[in-house]
Design a protein around this ligand. Structure first.
Ligand code: NAP
Length: 287
């Protein structure tokens, strides 16, 4: 470590996520005791992309450990948009399913937006529908996108001040970059979005108090792009367990930084399970 440069503290997403999942498990058990209902998360996978298969299996395993039931539907790589929409509509109407997760990305011939919109908003525990996005943007009740929601929970767990701080988001995807910026804006951060057409990216990232990497390019942001003392959130997850941030050089500059794995990833699943239990409670209360 160079003189005057902070030595980054790790943001332990695994530990924070464990606490969230423990609470979700207690809430699921309480719902079972009170109403005889076990929350159930349906996962839908199109095709057999190995990474997607692994993600879905992880979500099912974590659900089982938390006392949350799961239903799994697999469609072939050749499935049409209409077939996927029909599957998601059926799950939306099934009273025994409380939350629905469509594993993405889906094969390129499928209209992903049409598929997401077939998920009933009250079961949209991954926060992918336009309804959920609008609710989040307006600060109305609804489910946040799971990864952005997890990032906010992690920032809160480490008592990171957001009001008035400059958050720079690299990436603007509908499931990650865009919503995490909106959640930070709602907490009074000043938000700058960057993307593939941004001119002089490093000049912007070097002004970030909170830097969120959501690019999908391994080790894309190096220490040169980080302001001394910044909080660095690496949402990236690339083959080989590699994030979008070059950890060693960024950790030289940051005050807080998420590792990959063990940072944002476990938070995503924790928020997904928490939202599944919340969805089940709401559906039971509604009758
Ligand atoms: P995505 O849909 O491919 O979006 C990537 C974004 O990065 C786009 O907005 C793109 O800009 C921007 N970008 C690409 N190249 C750039 C460059 N050279 N300079 C600046 N911006 C650039 O990806 P995503 O779904 O948001 O995922 C991003 C990363 O997060 C991936 O590594 C993914 O695996 C990871 N992820 C992790 C979790 C988790 O649970 N931990 C969940 C979801 C995603 P344009 O819009 O201009 O194309």
């Amino acid at each position: 470590m160079s003189a005057g440069i902070p030595s980054a503290l790790l943001m332990d997403g695994t530990a924070v996520a464990r606490r969230i999942v423990e609470q979700a498990a207690a809430d699921a058990a309480a719902l079972k005791a009170q109403a005889g209902v076990t929350p159930c998360l349906a996962t839908v996978l199109v095709g057999s992309d190995p990474a997607s298969v692994t993600y879905v299996r992880m979500k099912q395993n974590r659900s089982a450990k938390a006392g949350i039931g799961s239903r799994h539907v697999e469609l072939p790589e050749t499935a049409t948009t209409a077939e996927l929409v029909a599957t998601l509509t059926g799950l939306s109407q099934d009273p025994e399913v409380h939350g629905i997760l469509l594993q993405h990305p889906v094969p390129p011939h499928i209209d992903e937006r049409a598929a997401f919109e077939a998920i009933a908003p009250e079961k949209d525990v991954d926060g992918v529908t336009m309804h959920s996005f609008a609710a989040m943007a307006f600060g109305e009740p609804g489910f946040a996108s799971a990864t952005p929601g997890g990032i906010l929970r992690l920032l809160d767990a480490y008592s990171v001040d957001l009001a008035g701080r400059h958050a720079v988001i690299v990436g603007r995807s509908p499931i990650l970059g865009k919503p995490v910026g909106m959640l930070l804006l709602a907490r009074d951060a000043t938000v700058t979005y960057c993307h593939s057409k941004t001119a002089d990216l490093a000049a912007l990232t070097r002004r970030a108090d909170i830097l969120v990497a959501a690019v999908g390019r391994p080790r894309f942001l190096t220490g040169d792009a980080v302001k001394a003392g910044a909080v660095v959130i690496d949402a990236g997850y690339n083959p080989g367990n590699v994030g979008d941030v070059d950890f060693p050089s960024a950790a030289e500059k940051a005050s807080l930084i998420t590792p990959v794995p063990g940072g944002v990833g476990p938070m995503t699943i924790a928020v997904l399970l928490e939202q599944t239990v919340a969805a089940a409670r709401w559906q039971v209360a509604r009758g």
